[in-house]
Write a protein that binds this ligand. Sequence first.
Ligand SMILES: Cc1cc2nc3c(=O)[nH]c(=O)nc-3n(C[C@H](O)[C@H](O)[C@H](O)COP(=O)(O)OP(=O)(O)OC[C@H]3O[C@@H](n4cnc5c(N)ncnc54)[C@H](O)[C@@H]3O)c2cc1C
Length: 512
Amino acid sequence: MPKHEQRPAASPAPDREESHRVVIIGAGVGGSVTAFRLARAGIDNVVLERGRRWPITPEGGTFPRIPSLDRRLLWLQGRAPRPGPRWLAHLIEAAGADALFRSTGLLDVLVTKRFSVVCGAGVGGGTLVYGGILPQPRADVFRRVFPAEIDYDELDRTYYPRARRRLMGTAFPDDLLAHPRYRSNRLWRDALEHSGLATEQVVSTYDFDVVRAELDGTATPSVTAGQYFFTGCDSGAKLSVDRTYLARAEQTGRTSVRPLHNVLDIARRRDGRYVVTAERLDTAGTPQERVALTCDRLVVAAGGVHTPRLLVTARDTGALPDLDAAVGRQWGTNGDQLPIIRTDDEPTGAPQAGPPNLLARNGDGDMLVTHGGLPLPFETKLMLCAGVGVSDRFGHWSYSTAESRARLTWDPDNDTTARRAVTDLLRPIAAHLPSGAKTVNPTAAYPLILHPLGGAAIGKATDAYGRLHGYRGLYCLDSALMPGSTAAANPVLTIAAIVERCLDHLIDEFAD
Ligand SMILES: Cc1cc2nc3c(=O)[nH]c(=O)nc-3n(C[C@H](O)[C@H](O)[C@H](O)COP(=O)(O)OP(=O)(O)OC[C@H]3O[C@@H](n4cnc5c(N)ncnc54)[C@H](O)[C@@H]3O)c2cc1C
């Protein structure tokens, strides 16, 4: 049978069908920017999101708190993740904690023997659990990583400022540092001042008035108790995209968000319309019904794991056979590192407050490091840092017919340079902390990847505006569009800026 006539594996008939102009898969960064831009242009759109809503309430308690075990923490795995490191499986079994993996929780973890990849699940996507920091990459590093048709100067002039404004980025206000909860941020600031490194005030998506309210006892302690990274802020201090871009889209009445709708597959009909099959879940993750949504324009924005997974599966099972061979390739980690500074005798405070206040870059601009508070209620004499760099090589997604699923191949050696660069960058900082500070990097032995990027790289799998080659009306507008890296900067600002840029160009064809 010729390639384009192959049929996807037969799936059960849907319980219900719907027809729409535009369907967007994923209510994270890319999906929310897209929904907002379309809604503002008067174009109706439906956003399918597998996870739940996480509404902030005055009573608090919206999010699971780290490190307590809570069923709301992890996205459905059906069972404890395997294969994974053996110790993890043993620990989970010993704790009788398998049930933790059967809920529509906040963190989706892809566990393999050699690394894990973490993404957010829920309306707001990765921004529900992200650190909220929005650095802009340096021009020279950006030009090294991105194709020439993506003009840095244009992004710098128009799209970075616009994305920063719409994401509600704010520079860290220095008055907070006087509070005892910010002891580790003060240590960080003092060490950076003496290190001679180039530093910048961090811009992040927090409402700092709410942070001040946390400190004066009128809001639930969240970001000031280290509860902001890997989880959300009960106080509402963190402005995830469901509260910025997506809220504005929904206010227009043109965007309809469907939480707990897990997309199973995508395909194209003979008449050129797309069919998205989704199962509606209850919060325990039990399927309630199967819905088929047909549409003229389909935007895949399921993030750096699930967009490549959906696209590679669609191409290699024959549902979308004309997708380019570049789909699945150039998948990278943004050179992610999570090193820790041990300050030995110097207390770092407990709990430590976030978010990060200052960032430092190395001279080449290809490693950026920040420090933000740890969510532990006791003194640790530790400072958690986060480094982002540029990978040496990339991984890829491919479809395994034997296992009937897409698989990720990535080698930790791909990030050797980033691992060295983060240690080199932290050395002069640790040297200016009170005596005896040492850096350890647990993610060198077992990478924990927070920034999955690529798999539908701009200018390769798509044109310069996110149109997937091979199909009209099919787009990738999220982290999968990044070329495996956002040039030594945390990715959200660049994802939002590039999706804004794509949509300036594409908006008319959504309206056609
Ligand atoms: C712990 C942590 C901290 C981070 N800190 C920062 C930071 O400080 N700054 C920064 O810039 N970046 C940070 N990131 C990375 C950032 O969150 C991601 O790069 C960003 O969210 C990716 O945007 P996206 O639109 O591609 O995908 P996402 O925001 O992940 O959105 C994708 C959405 O699609 C949904 N989805 C997936 N599959 C399906 C399906 N089959 N059906 C329906 N819906 C589906 C997901 O549930 C999700 O809501 C952090 C990430 C993590 C995990």
